[in-house]
Design a protein around this ligand. Structure first.
Ligand code: SF4
Length: 476
């Protein structure tokens, strides 16, 4: 994946472990790929709620002493990538609010498509918003007197919001997870055997965006939080309820989680991401074969697909690019010049693998094309005889309303350069091939219509009701 694409956010929550803040730190560290701009942890010891948040990576925000100042057996944490560039401290999550029902912390992954409309409505009722994030809307809905008094307050308010959301909520004595009826973003429930604070339960629970975070803290996967489900964890155990009945929820899982966003070691929407990417690469080799001497990936996100392509095609897999892991992910850099400098710093060719060869490079996706254009030049300079690029997803043509910040559609490569041949010409390579939408769906195990593919097809599972100006309200 190239620069200029805004990422998701990552969620981690834990219940009934003595060192909840330390475990949350580890969980967020495992989810760092989902957001590098800011991090926050909120804890509860049953009486007092404490929080620490800051700009930067998890390891930059939290030192050992910070975690010691966050005692408690319940915690939620959040890593964030701001999609607007307005890196405001006030927007760092989890948000903590004190309202008529008590203290509550909220962390959100996704993007609401009617947040602006709801915000205008509730501001007219007198609500005063503190942040510019869409996530805050749920807090005001829950605090609104007509809603706050309801037994099903949370479910009622979730039914009022539209779009993509995996939420974590924490009160003084409970941890709650909820997922939108389409299940756009992942959210899993895990169990941890660390001795608990509450002897009557004896086991701890974890809610996290991806299973790699469960592994990091020694928790085991129980199951996904289902689309339209609220999972409440408290001293009485784990309680599940549906605010939208399973029969009425229409899953539209973001298939891009498999293509690029999630970690390969995670289980997402019931599939291992690495295994899906291998299948994407194999299908790509069937649909878009190339006569070549060697295949390699643009590390790291193209690695699994390159393996699948090599296995299917019989072309030897090698390491053509070496990545410098000490350079941050390039999209963190705010301007194009800085981003391009980072490409040079990040990737270096292995001349002995490339020189005199016809190379197939497998990449997970192509957005603007500017990054690979530079990489293609690097390959030519390293002596590549032919450069063939294979992309393990279809051409991205449309924007995303559900939490991913693609550039303006006019700047997406296939739109900017008219068609695939135009993109190939812009990149200066010998051939270019994309996976088909059908091929993409073949690689995942649920029926194809259970996934969102809108950035390729333009078929949006939930129509945006707001004017979706990405600078209007921030997504997460
Ligand atoms: S539009 Fe694309 S990135 Fe956005 S949720 Fe759908 S598949 Fe994922």
């Amino acid at each position: 994946m190239e620069s200029s694409v805004g990422h998701n956010c990552g969620l981690f929550g834990i219940y009934n472990v003595p060192d909840a803040s330390a475990k949350t730190f580890l969980g967020l560290f495992a989810l760092q790929h989902r957001g590098q701009e800011s991090a926050g942890i909120v804890t509860s010891d049953g009486k007092k709620v404490r929080s620490k948040k800051g700009m930067g990576l998890v390891t930059e925000v939290f030192q050992k002493a910070d975690l010691e100042e966050l005692p408690g057996h319940i915690a939620i944490g959040h890593v964030r990538y701001s999609t607007t560039g307005s890196s405001r401290v006030v927007n760092i999550q989890p948000l903590v609010v004190d309202y008529s029902q008590g203290l509550m912390a909220v962390a959100h992954n996704g993007n609401l498509v009617n947040a602006r409309t709801l915000r205008d409505e509730y501001e007219a009722f007198g609500s005063i918003f503190q942040t510019s994030t869409d996530s805050e809307v749920i807090v005001h809905l829950m605090a609104y007197p007509e809603h706050a008094g309801r037994k099903d307050c949370l479910g009622h308010c979730l039914r009022l919001i539209k779009g993509a959301y995996s939420f974590l909520f924490m009160t003084r004595d409970s941890l709650i997870g909820a997922r939108d009826p389409q299940g756009f973003r992942p959210l899993v429930l895990g169990r941890i055997t660390t001795p608990g604070q509450l002897g009557s339960i004896g086991e701890g629970y974890v809610l996290a965006s991806e299973t790699c975070a469960l592994d990091q803290v020694g928790a085991r996967l129980v199951r996904e939080v289902e689309p339209g489900e609220i999972v409440t964890i408290n001293s009485e155990g784990v309680h599940s309820e549906y605010f939208v009945p399973p029969k009425e929820s229409k899953p539209a899982h973001c298939i891009f989680e498999h293509v690029y966003f999630s970690r390969p070691d995670s289980m997402v929407f019931g599939d291992n991401v690495h295994a899906v990417r291998i299948r994407l690469g194999a299908q790509l080799a069937i649909e878009q074969p190339a006569a070549a001497d060697v295949v390699f990936s643009v590390p790291d996100s193209g690695n699994s697909a390159a393996l699948g392509f090599a296995r299917q095609s019989g072309i030897p897999l090698d390491y053509g690019f070496i990545r410098n892991h000490y350079v941050g992910r390039s999209f963190i850099k705010p301007n194009q010049l800085e981003r391009e400098t980072v490409v040079d710093m990040k990737i270096n060719p292995v001349r002995s693998v490339i020189e005199g060869k016809r190379v197939v490079v497998v990449e997970d996706s192509l957005v603007r094309g500017t990054t690979f254009r530079k990489q293609a030049k690097i390959l030519r300079q390293a002596g590549a005889r032919e450069v063939h690029l294979r992309i393990s997803c279809p051409p991205i043509r449309h924007g995303c309303f559900y939490g991913i910040d693609f550039p303006d559609p006019a700047n997406l490569a296939v739109n900017a350069y008219k068609d695939v041949e135009g993109v190939r010409d812009f990149l200066g390579i010998d051939s270019l091939g994309y996976l088909s939408v059908e091929g993409l769906k073949k690689a995942v195990s649920k029926p194809g219509d259970a996934y969102c593919t809108a950035c390729w097809t333009g078929k949006y599972p939930v129509a945006p009701t707001d004017h979706m100006d990405k600078f209007g309200m921030e997504k997460c």
